[in-house]
Design a binder for this molecule. Structure first.
Ligand code: JD8
Length: 265
């Protein structure tokens, strides 16, 4: 996969030289290129922004500069998918990461100031390109670079060969099971007077799997009731249903509903 990131702060993306993504780039599993938007300015002040039409605070990023930059990095590739981080975008989830990881070429446009002129997304959609405006969460950042770091890591780690043991991708939060992760432990067996749950030392893998699934269901019910409501009941066994019932969740017309008055313990 090729990912081009365009930004006025290229150094912000230096973290992607490190760790798994850094190794994936060295191994040729990911072709990540970071570009300075100012390369495509035409004036000696290398201007990328101007005042907003209709007035208001701040500055808006110019469509003409972005158009030149995006056209250049798309490099005529019909498969190029434009991704624009914005607080007004669809909230980015693991499903988005999985969908983008199936693409061949992503172009990530990192805005600053009050954002990028809206005609940029309009232009590439009108040209028949896939354009995704995504937000990494309901809080306001100063620009798209942090979101680009999130996107590239979330997508990059799903590429074949990037994560050492693909098995570990299966049991993750927001994975196929639709549950949060169970708690994990390692040595020392006693720390701060705190011991390891006995079952994890039992070597009894069926009990260990059951214990972990119960903890994952509990955590999800306590922290993310929206995810419990979205669970596919057909994929729940009788233990799951019994535990969820104890936690205040009943199956109603094939969906999980929290019993009125049931509070997450
Ligand atoms: C792109 C400019 C700053 C945003 C005026 C503050 C994503 N989850 C997220 N929160 N914020 C962003 C984000 C913020 C950005 C840009 C993404 C480009 N800004 C603007 C509007 C209000 N300033 C984001 N993904």
């Amino acid at each position: 996969m090729r990912i081009d990131v365009v930004t006025v702060f290229p150094d912000y993306l230096a973290a992607l030289d490190l760790s798994l993504i850094g190794k994936a780039r060295q191994a040729g599993l990911l072709d990540l290129r970071v570009h300075d938007l100012r390369e495509w300015t035409t004036d000696r002040h290398r201007t990328v922004d101007d005042t907003p039409f209709g007035g208001g605070a701040g500055m808006v990023m110019r469509p003409d500069v972005w158009g030149c930059a995006i056209d250049a990095v798309l490099d005529g590739d019909p498969a190029g998918h434009l991704v624009i981080p914005t607080p007004s975008g669809e909230v980015f989830t693991q499903r988005h990461a999985e969908a983008l990881a199936a693409e061949q070429h992503l172009v990530v446009a990192c805005g600053r100031y009050e954002g990028i002129d809206a005609r940029v997304a309009e232009h590439y959609r009108a040209a028949g390109r896939r354009v995704s405006e995504v937000s990494i969460g309901d809080y306001v950042l100063n620009g798209g670079e942090v979101a680009a770091l999130v996107l590239v890591e979330a997508v990059g780690r799903l590429l074949p060969g990037v994560v050492g043991n693909p098995e570990s991708l299966v049991e993750e939060s927001h994975g196929a099971a639709g549950l949060l992760e169970y708690p994990v432990y390692t040595k020392p067996p006693v720390w701060d007077g705190l011991e390891i749950p006995e079952v994890l030392l039992s070597g009894h893998h069926a009990r260990i799997d059951r214990w972990r699934r119960d903890r994952a269901l509990e955590r999800t019910a306590q922290r993310r009731p929206d995810m419990v409501a979205a669970l596919d009941v057909a994929r729940l066994d009788k233990h799951d249903r019994a535990l969820l019932a104890d936690l205040g969740w009943d199956e109603v017309d094939g969906r999980l509903r929290r019993r009125p008055g049931a509070v997450a313990e």
